[in-house]
Design a protein around this ligand. Structure first.
Ligand code: C5P
Length: 402
């Protein structure tokens, strides 16, 4: 199906700009008209001639160009588009957009526009992780800007990490779905838990665990990409907030449970958090002192609420699909199968977390997918791919049982 939309493609100064002529072609293959706006930085990586040749449209570059302003003007340039796509979007343009700066043609056109904006970020992973960039992205997200990617992987600078621009074909597909307005999970709501919980011993010490939050965050990201309205309740992690997801940061299991209950009702729950099984029976309000020669304190613990089991309890308003994880070190499948029944959840993703497996904080995961029908063992794949595979299983589930 041809989209037939008018896209203003703003190309900014990142190495990924070399992929833009291909992006233009992919967008045009879908029947869209693409007009390119090239920043000074973008022009260091891709030529106006290349973009003009593939778009068969004039390429706009200069805010103070007599001819451009006469023919088109920065106001008309953005108003005549159905949508603005910034790809690659550097940390710099993301910052300028968040702050409403308008000091060149690209930023001026963006500020002068009331059209939907999508951005495909591309930058070094440290720039992506920087709190300034993440705060700017949160601002843009809150204003309704759609963030496409980035992906994890090898970067032009030789480093690895989050920050690769999504491939042109995938960006074009995202736009096509955006125009169609019918992503497979549009209209569904999901709640995902992620990360560890920290249980305070006293004001300075806590009980925690090694969960990185990578898997839970990847699941939330994958669900949101498929159109699901997703809330991510996360314990303390260093993971950036996934695009298009509402994130609630918590510390303890009890806070996590309260945040989850506040997010109900939902259709789908995925509990990927490594919730601490115990907390202090009595949390100390002052730092416990070490006394010379004295006996070490004995910590009296009490059990934490089981969030998954609480959410899966059969009662009115149970989410239609409840998915848990089982991190096991021995008899993985047997223990996880029992856990699925005990906790009354529909599916369990079980993985081996014995130290040799390297799952905790590692980039990949090997999962046994356990349902009422039996066990499937998925090949070892990245945590992002596990998230996408699970999200597609969820789509299939709702196709059968809408
Ligand atoms: O820790 P356990 O192996 O029992 O975790 C299994 C599943 O239960 C996981 O999905 C985990 O997120 C969830 N869980 C929970 N609340 C707890 C303990 C575990 O939601 N207190």
């Amino acid at each position: 199906m041809l989209a037939g939309k008018r896209i203003l493609l703003i190309v900014t100064g990142g190495i990924a700009a070399y992929k833009c002529p291909e992006l233009v072609r992919r967008l045009r293959e879908q029947g869209n008209q693409v007009r390119c706006l090239l920043t000074a930085g973008g022009a260091q990586f891709v030529t106006a001639l290349a973009l003009q040749s593939v778009s068969e449209e004039k390429v706009y570059q200069d805010l103070f160009s007599l001819t451009d302003e006469n023919e088109m003007g920065h106001i008309r340039l953005s108003r005549e588009a159905d949508v603005i796509l910034v790809a690659p979007a550097t940390a710099n343009i993301i910052s300028k957009m968040a702050n409403g700066q308008a000091d060149d043609l690209a930023t001026t056109a963006l500020l002068a526009s009331d059209k939907p904006v999508l951005i495909a970020p591309a930058m070094n992973h440290r720039m992506w992780d920087h709190p300034a960039t993440q705060a700017n992205l949160a601002t843009l997200r809150a204003r309704g800007v759609e963030i496409i990617g980035p992906d994890d992987g090898a970067m032009a600078c030789g480093e690895f990490g989050m920050g690769r621009m999504r491939e042109p074909l995938q960006i074009a597909e995202t736009l096509a779905r955006y125009f169609a307005g019918d992503l497979p999970l549009t209209g569904k709501r999901a709640l995902v838990t992620s990360g560890p919980t920290f249980e305070a011993i006293d004001p300075v010490r806590f009980i925690g665990n090694r969960s990185s939050g990578k898997q839970g965050h990847a699941i939330a990201r994958a669900l949101a990409t498929l159109g699901c309205a997703t809330t991510l309740v996360s314990g303390p992690t260093r993971q950036p907030d996934p695009g298009g997801v509402g994130v609630v940061a918590v510390e303890s299991a009890r806070e996590m449970l309260a945040a989850c209950e506040a997010a109900l009702p939902v259709d789908i729950v995925v509990c990927a958090a490594a919730v601490s099984d115990w907390r202090m029976d009595q949390q100390e309000n002052s730092k416990i002192k070490k006394t010379a020669g004295g006996a070490p304190p004995r910590l009296a613990l009490t059990e934490n609420p089981d969030i998954l089991a609480t959410l899966a309890k059969a009662r009115a308003g149970r989410p239609q699909l409840v998915v848990g994880f089982a991190a096991e070190t021995d008899d993985v499948i047997v223990n996880a199968t029992a856990k699925r029944q005990r906790k009354n959840c529909d599916w369990i993703l079980a993985n081996d977390v014995s130290t040799a497996s390297g799952v905790f904080d590692g980039p990949t995961n090997q999962v046994h997918f356990i349902t009422q029908l039996g066990t499937e063992t998925w090949p070892e794949m990245s945590k992002d791919a596990v998230g996408e595979t699970l999200a597609h299983r969820i789509v299939k589930h709702f196709q059968v049982q809408p």
